[in-house]
Design a protein around this ligand. Structure first.
Ligand SMILES: Nc1ncnc2c1ncn2[C@@H]1O[C@H](COP(=O)(O)OP(=O)(O)OP(=O)(O)O)[C@@H](O)[C@H]1O
Length: 226
């Protein structure tokens, strides 16, 4: 697996400290991040692909520094936003996925085949020529995930990727994640999605307050809100 390293990381937005004293080596296959609203989970997740660079300390991914090697890191680390509108760019579903492959060296034919395969996998094959703005919220979320996975990133970071999904599509995403060979870091409020994860971090008030096996850390989090 990859090695995501946080060394003495802190972050502030203006005067507001939102993360402090974060030291982590993330090497496990599936890692969850949970905790109360505003605790700093998204900020932490965004640091992994350099969308947010720390105001203190250093984040590296396989030795690449997010502050100086952001472009290389973003090729390695795929990021799925909570709100798919942040990442859907093209007018139609197939074009949007094709756009993710614009820098690939594949032939046009291979590229189209790859787009078709991923559309099928995410139940979007019947929507290939559908205008993206007419998709339902859940379909948009599936499209956003498909558009990231088609690039085959080494690491997938997903920030609450199932918030807009119904039960069936949540299951599709959970199964997709369970079958991923890549390292996965997922922020979620849906604690049942963490079954089978290797490690869970609980983030509260800008600090990691629990870190370990899902059973223990989820129990800790549940206990802390009683
Ligand atoms: N761009 C920004 N500018 C200023 N403050 C911000 C910015 N982004 C986040 N914050 C603040 O940083 C803190 C942590 O936010 P973050 O989104 O990381 O928390 P979170 O744990 O992901 O929350 P949630 O569960 O509600 O998504 C919050 O107080 C938030 O208001």
């Amino acid at each position: 697996m990859n090695n995501v390293s946080f060394r003495a990381v802190g972050h502030r937005y203006g005067d507001r400290v939102v993360l402090r004293d974060v030291d982590l080596a993330l090497t496990e296959h599936r890692i969850g991040i949970i905790g109360s609203n505003g605790g700093g989970k998204s900020t932490l997740a965004r640091m992994i692909n350099g969308l947010v660079v720390p105001t203190e300390g250093m984040v590296t991914v396989d030795g690449l520094d997010t502050r100086r090697q952001g472009r290389q890191i973003r090729r390695k680390v795929g990021f799925v936003f909570t709100d798919p509108n942040h990442q859907i760019i093209m007018p139609t579903v197939a074009e949007d996925i094709g756009f993710s492959l614009r820098r690939s060296s594949l032939s046009k034919q291979d590229r189209e085949a790859k787009v078709a395969t991923i559309l099928e996998r995410f139940g979007l094959a019947g929507h290939a020529d559908h205008p993206t703005h007419l998709l339902s919220g859940g379909q948009k979320q599936l499209l956003a995930l498909a558009a990231v996975l088609v690039t085959e990133p080494d690491i997938l970071v997903a920030d609450e990727p199932t918030t807009l999904l119904d039960l069936r599509n949540t299951r599709i995403i959970a199964d997709t994640f369970a079958a991923l060979d890549q390292q996965l870091v997922m922020v979620t409020h849906q604690l049942d999605l963490l079954d089978g994860f290797d490690r869970v971090l609980v983030v509260e008030g800008g600090r990691i307050v629990a870190d370990g096996e899902p059973a223990e850390t989820v129990a800790f989090y549940r206990g802390s809100v009683r």
